[in-house]
Design a protein around this ligand. Sequence first.
Ligand SMILES: NC(=O)c1ccc[n+]([C@@H]2O[C@H](COP(=O)([O-])OP(=O)(O)OC[C@H]3O[C@@H](n4cnc5c(N)ncnc54)[C@H](OP(=O)(O)O)[C@@H]3O)[C@@H](O)[C@H]2O)c1
Length: 370
Amino acid sequence: MRVMVLGAYGTAGRAVLSAIVGLDDVEVVAAGRQQDRLAAIAERFPGVAVAAVDVRVVDGLRQSLQRVDVVVNCIGPYIGYGAPVVQAAIEAGAFYIDLASEQEHYRCVSRMNKAATAAGVSVIVGAGAYPGISGLLLRSIINRCPSARVAELALVTGHPAAGETGPAQVESGLLELSYVHQILSAGQLVVVRPGRSKTFAFQEPFRRQAMMEWPQLEVLWAAKNTEIRELSTWVRLGGQAPTPAWLLRAAARLGLHRPNRVSAWLKRLVLRRRQGPKTEAERSLVGMGALYTHVEGSTAQATKILTIKDVGWATAWLPAQLIALLRDGRLAAVGVCTPADLVDVDELLVRFQSAPGVFVTDVDSATAPA
Ligand SMILES: NC(=O)c1ccc[n+]([C@@H]2O[C@H](COP(=O)([O-])OP(=O)(O)OC[C@H]3O[C@@H](n4cnc5c(N)ncnc54)[C@H](OP(=O)(O)O)[C@@H]3O)[C@@H](O)[C@H]2O)c1
């Protein structure tokens, strides 16, 4: 099976590449637009082919997807960059996997469901750690607690390891400010502005963390595929305190997603703050993260926290699993979907949880008061 990784020398791309190189019967092609960085990959991973691809050049993109069975798209922001790659993958009859978290990308790609189904391929969006592993957690915890109608998902990460700060993540956040964010409230998708703040109780070493509400695509998935009526999603990335809602509103009004001097300065500032842990406590969290899932129903509630030693590894874990399942003929084509629609969530979660560096806490599943 031939798998092309787009954005192969980016932060997530490098992790995905490392996770899939060496899978039996998988031929890997690393793609990007900088020849020197592709050459470095070829040197580091003998046996990996490289291809010069700029996804903005649609004809070239189409051409390079000929003879590809699966494309893993690690190029963000997915708003703008994602849909043309999905379109090209469908036309080439290739399965598609990405790590997107943007709701707008999910809305856009969902419109291609008919074409993907007709082409006999799956377009699997949000297959990283958050979204991704978080969706498996949500599905699994709902299965365990069928009366659940209220849910929360959250991700906290420490400062990234040196050289692991992806500019695309910051660009995605800024770009998203110009699009609609929705949470589930009283069974309806309701438009909100990101930036609300709330404190979550994680396990050691993260403990209590002030988090920022940032609706991600699993909210839209849950609205369609579960009976959850209230769902919000929260983040605290790179050891940074949540950005106040007023500042996010101002950034949206100023159009800081557009390339200009102020937005370039802001991106540099965010990236610099993320890179440098200052205290010993911050240094001890470098590269780590934790995923939090909580559900509540009329008869029960459950909370599950996965503390993860290496978030980069966790980001690439699901794409590697999906590729292995596709190779083994264990995934049927279902059009546009998320990993939770496709896989045996409990089987995969057991595998993820038993990996070294993943620590599981089932905080409670006690009966809630009537
Ligand atoms: N779901 C999850 O758990 C999860 C985790 C991590 C990241 N993500 C998402 O994944 C995306 C990538 O993140 P990242 O941290 O890896 O970002 P990154 O380090 O900035 O990497 C982005 C990559 O995309 C490439 N690229 C940009 N424009 C391109 C184009 N027109 N043609 C070909 N390649 C192009 C860049 O190459 P150049 O250097 O040539 O520009 C770079 O290799 C982001 O949207 C992020 O939010 C999701």
